[in-house]
Design a protein around this ligand. Structure first.
Ligand code: NOJ
Length: 645
């Protein structure tokens, strides 16, 4: 496997309509993105992926391209893209774009020419036109359905005013499928690729990369689950046809002239062997593997998704990819159950993902823990809503603009209160501004996790090793270093053997026979923690705890999040959600709910969001650590942490 900048990169998906509006029209644009590059840099982003910004009537928010070699004025035109690319490059970030080779807009000059031309003409040969079936061709040529709902065929009116041929569109009727058997189609794509790569674009996310090629004779499909957006059917004749690999080989031959550029395919294919064929060394560099995104919050499912993704990549000696969200699917906090549980699970999954080897993709707003938004009918913009006859609400709920600052919508996204999708009032608590101020925020969590991913050598490795874990638990070691643990179940569970022992060996500090998070902190940051304890004068009721020394009570205030930054060195700290009560009896057994919340890269081991409960027999070396949660979260699931032993 060749290692390059994208092998371990953190990609950040910018949905340009929803990121930041710089010109007050209520729709995000490229200059808006440029104003927020420092934010992305501070988050730890290596590369931006921009959803389509090419010239488009926006029937599918840019996935209907009318001119693939120019930028739509809505987004600021091509100069705005140049400004963005230059500024990102100066900050050391790459810029990749969406490329849409399966279809064009119905407003593309080619399609307009095809409509004006007659059946059998060269112009029609660039698309998939067919005569209809049945008397007078009144029925579509086959039974394929559009991914957005309704038939995948639309009938045209010929020049003589009569109903004529049908054209294929796997998505909206405004997105006619190209005929990839026509050499002109690839020639034009090659021009597009070279145009942007010469201009400094660092690569492409290739839309519907398992589409393009169609099977000979266009056989009927099984219409089961057919209208599920990007469903999980590997045996669907609309996708994953053999001819697609030759197309990718040709695309790759262009990329080979730009060795630093990356081609990332959107590949909704689940069979490992089939998937692996897209990332062979003469096809795509990376393929989006959506198994983790599709996994339920269930230890077996999550492990299966990881193992399969790793296997599929390994079969072609390729780099694995990980993603939990994008502009087509429900946001994680909603998908995992909503409310505090959904949020806890989303964080847990983010940490799983960020611990895994390979390239990671996060979607704008994911780092803020944004949930889906329930939009009123009249606000819906996704063509899915109309095409499905108002039976499917589409994807707008996950595309609502990013809240930046302030207390009222649109929270600094735009100067215009009439934004293309409305932001909900409740997001006042989720703005970037608020979260930057809060060390417990999802944003702070992401920043720490990404920093750790970037700074520790094991995260640029390629290996994960599964460790024994209780049912509903998931534990793996990353390239011989950090260990990730997740409790995805509803009950607390005892940590795997090695873990308790390891922490016992280093816990407690000499002379201490205490328990609880205080000990745990000492375990991890022994020297700093002692210094810290000695210096900490802070006592604030809710955040206090007691430590015991040789069975005698001494009151100390333990770490708070703020003090965790002490001299920039103290890396782990404890926050007691409930006032800790400790039995003073030596040998007594205690249990406390705790949060161990932070780690840094300065030689420290803990990260984020675990709620631990330790039971200690004072005076004896018997420490049992439970993974638990009872601090405000009704179920224990969603507990997770990353630790180095
Ligand atoms: C997949 C894209 O992610 C989706 O948003 C789009 O609607 C379809 N492809 C059609 O281009």
């Amino acid at each position: 496997m060749t290692t390059t900048w994208w092998s371990h990169a953190l990609f950040y998906q910018v949905y340009p309509r929803s990121f930041r509006d710089s010109d007050g029209d209520g729709v995000g644009d490229l200059d808006g993105v440029t104003t927020k590059l420092d934010y992305l840099k501070a988050l730890g982003v290596d590369a931006i992926w921009l959803n389509p910004v090419m010239v488009s009537p926006m029937a599918d928010n840019g996935y209907d391209v009318a001119d693939p070699r120019d930028v739509d004025p809505l987004f600021g035109g091509i100069e705005a893209l140049d400004r963005l690319t230059d500024a990102a490059h100066r900050l050391g970030m790459k810029v990749t774009m969406d490329l849409v080779p399966n279809h064009t807009s119905s407003q593309h000059p080619w399609f307009q020419a095809a409509l004006a031309a007659s059946p059998g003409s060269d112009q029609r040969e660039r698309y998939i036109f067919r005569d209809g079936s049945g008397p007078g061709g009144i029925h579509p040529p086959n039974n394929w359905v559009s991914i957005f709902g309704g038939p995948a065929w639309t009938r045209v009116v010929e020049a003589d005013g009569n109903p004529g041929q049908w054209y294929l569109h796997l998505f909206d009727a405004e997105q006619p499928d190209l005929n990839w058997e026509n050499p002109e189609v690839f020639d034009d794509l090659e021009k597009t690729l070279r145009f942007w790569l010469e201009r400094g674009i660092d690569g492409f996310r290739i839309d519907v990369a398992h589409g393009m090629a169609k099977p000979p004779g266009l056989p009927d499909m099984e219409v089961i689950r057919a209208e599920v957006l990007l469903a999980d059917m590997d045996d669907d004749p609309r996708f994953n046809n053999e001819g697609v690999h030759e197309i990718h080989r040709r695309i790759r031959s262009v990329f080979n002239d730009y060795p630093d550029a990356v081609a990332i395919g959107e590949v909704w294919v689940y069979d490992n062997e089939q998937f692996s064929r897209y990332v062979r060394d003469d096809e795509l560099h990376l393929g989006f593997n959506f198994r983790l995104l599709r996994a339920k919050f269930d230890a077996v499912d999550i492990r299966g998704a990881i193992e399969n993704s790793m296997t599929a990549a390994a079969m072609a000696d390729a780099v694995p990819t990980w993603t939990l969200a994008n502009h087509d699917v429900d946001r994680e906090p909603t998908r995992y159950g909503g409310g505090p549980v959904g949020q806890a699970r989303a964080r847990a999954m983010a940490l799983v993902m960020l611990a895994l080897p390979g390239a990671v993709f996060i979607y704008n707003g994911e780092e803020l823990g944004l949930p889906n938004v329930e939009l009123p009918d009249e606000a819906l913009r996704d063509p899915v809503w109309e095409r499905s006859g108002h039976t499917r609400r589409g994807r707008d709920a996950c595309r609502v603009p990013v809240p930046w600052e302030g207390d009222t919508p649109p929270f600094g996204f735009s100067d215009n209160t009439d934004t293309w999708l409305p932001l909900p009032r409740e997001w006042a608590e989720l703005t970037v501004e608020k979260q930057l101020d809060d060390p417990d925020s999802t944003l702070a969590f992401y920043r720490r996790a990404i920093e750790l991913r970037h700074s520790r050598p094991e995260f640029s490795g390629a290996v994960i090793e599964w460790l024994e874990s209780p049912a509903d638990g998931l534990t793996f070691r990353v390239s011989g270093g950090a260990v990730y643990a997740l409790n995805a179940g509803a009950r607390s569970m005892v940590l795997p053997e090695g873990w308790s022992t390891a922490s016992c060996r280093r816990t407690p500090p000499p002379g201490w026979c205490s328990t609880s998070a205080s000990v745990r902190v000492c375990t991890q940051t022994r020297r700093q923690s002692r210094t810290f304890s000695a210096r900490s004068q802070r006592h604030d009721g809710a955040h206090s705890a007691r430590a015991y020394r040789r069975g005698e009570e001494q009151t100390r205030t333990l770490a708070t999040a703020r003090l965790a930054q002490h001299q920039g060195r103290v890396a782990a700290t404890a926050v007691h959600r409930t006032k800790a009560r400790v039995d003073a009896q030596p040998g007594g057994q205690r249990a406390h709910p705790h949060d161990l919340i932070r780690g840094d890269s300065a030689g420290v081991q803990l990260l984020c969001g675990v709620r631990l409960r330790q039971e200690t027999h004072c005076g004896q070396r018997e420490h049992t650590t439970h993974w638990d949660a009872d601090a405000g979260i009704p179920r224990a699931d969603g507990n997770h942490f990353l630790i180095q032993q």
